[in-house]
Design a protein around this ligand. Structure first.
Ligand code: ZN
Length: 279
């Protein structure tokens, strides 16, 4: 299944083109994605009738696209989930996931302008998992049955704000307006996992600054779902940012940050491309 948010309406990609979910289901399912996640099992069953094309979605009218989960009740973001990113950040690889939030008002669509809030705004491309069926105490074995799909995310971070104070607190510096773009397409776990080893990349003005394979994660998604849901009830539409690979700006010598006019491109195999222009 490939699902997008076209002008605020849940829209399926099928071999026959774009299918408006509310219209095609005669109102059985809502137009808004945030409501749709609350009937995810029934919807996923219904959506099987619309075969998704195998190719990556070729998105025209990018400006119409909204976030694939526009109003999550919770955003759980994992820090230091790639060995070499922990090293470049000057931290040990954690024995238990390090978790913070991006407040939900930072979530935006996949093709947006990024307002630079200081001279220390940094990039972090991430694989994002969206919860379909919520719950507590979900085992790693059952985890994929609770995930609606995967998408690309950017965990933009104002490093000055993030590391202000002692001890530092991550959430505010990562929650400015527009700091959480997600999209462009929600791809079902079956389709995403059918690929051999998806690559995750970030490019600044075409220069590749981050590149890794998703299998490099310290805590894979099923493990994260088990550990998170042991404490927090996961709810339909919740967004899990799964951590960034090495190559962020503040880990470089000298540190490097985003500048006005630069274009940040984020790519993950099978999930397409997302883009922000810095203003
Ligand atoms: Zn991050």
């Amino acid at each position: 299944m490939k699902l997008i948010n076209r002008n605020g309406r849940a829209t399926l990609f099928s071999k026959r083109g774009e299918i408006d979910v509310a219209e095609s289901s005669n109102g059985r399912f809502p137009a808004e994605l945030d409501s749709l996640y609350f009937s995810w099992s029934e919807f996923a069953e219904w959506a099987k009738a619309f075969d998704a094309p195998n190719r990556e979605v070729d998105l025209v009218d990018r400006r119409d696209l909204g976030a694939v989960s526009p109003a999550p009740s919770q955003v759980l973001a994992v820090g230091l989930n790639y060995v070499d990113h922990a090293a470049e950040s000057g931290f040990q690889v954690p024995e238990y996931p390090i978790v913070f939030t991006k407040f939900a008002s930072s979530i935006v669509g996949p093709f947006s302008e990024l307002t630079l809030t200081s001279g220390t705004v940094d990039w972090e491309v991430e694989l994002v998992a969206i919860v379909g069926v919520g719950g507590r105490n979900i085992s790693a074995e059952d985890a994929w049955q609770h995930i609606a799909g995967l998408a690309i995310g950017q965990d933009y971070s104002d490093r000055d704000a993030q590391f202000r104070g002692q001890p530092a607190q991550f959430s505010l510096g990562k929650s400015f307006a527009g700091f959480g773009p997600i999209g462009p397409v929600l791809v079902s776990p079956e389709e995403f996992l059918a690929q051999s080893d998806p690559v995750i990349e970030c490019l600044i003005d075409g220069e590749r600054v981050q590149s890794a394979t998703v299998s490099d994660m310290v805590f894979p998604i099923p493990d994260l779902v088990e550990k998170l849901s042991a404490i927090v009830e996961l709810r339909p539409g919740d967004v899990i940012f799964t951590g960034t690979p090495p190559g962020v700006g503040f880990g470089q010598t000298p540190p490097r940050y985003l500048r006005q006019g630069q274009v940040v491109t984020s790519r993950i195999s099978g999930l397409g491309v997302m883009e922000q222009r810095c203003v």
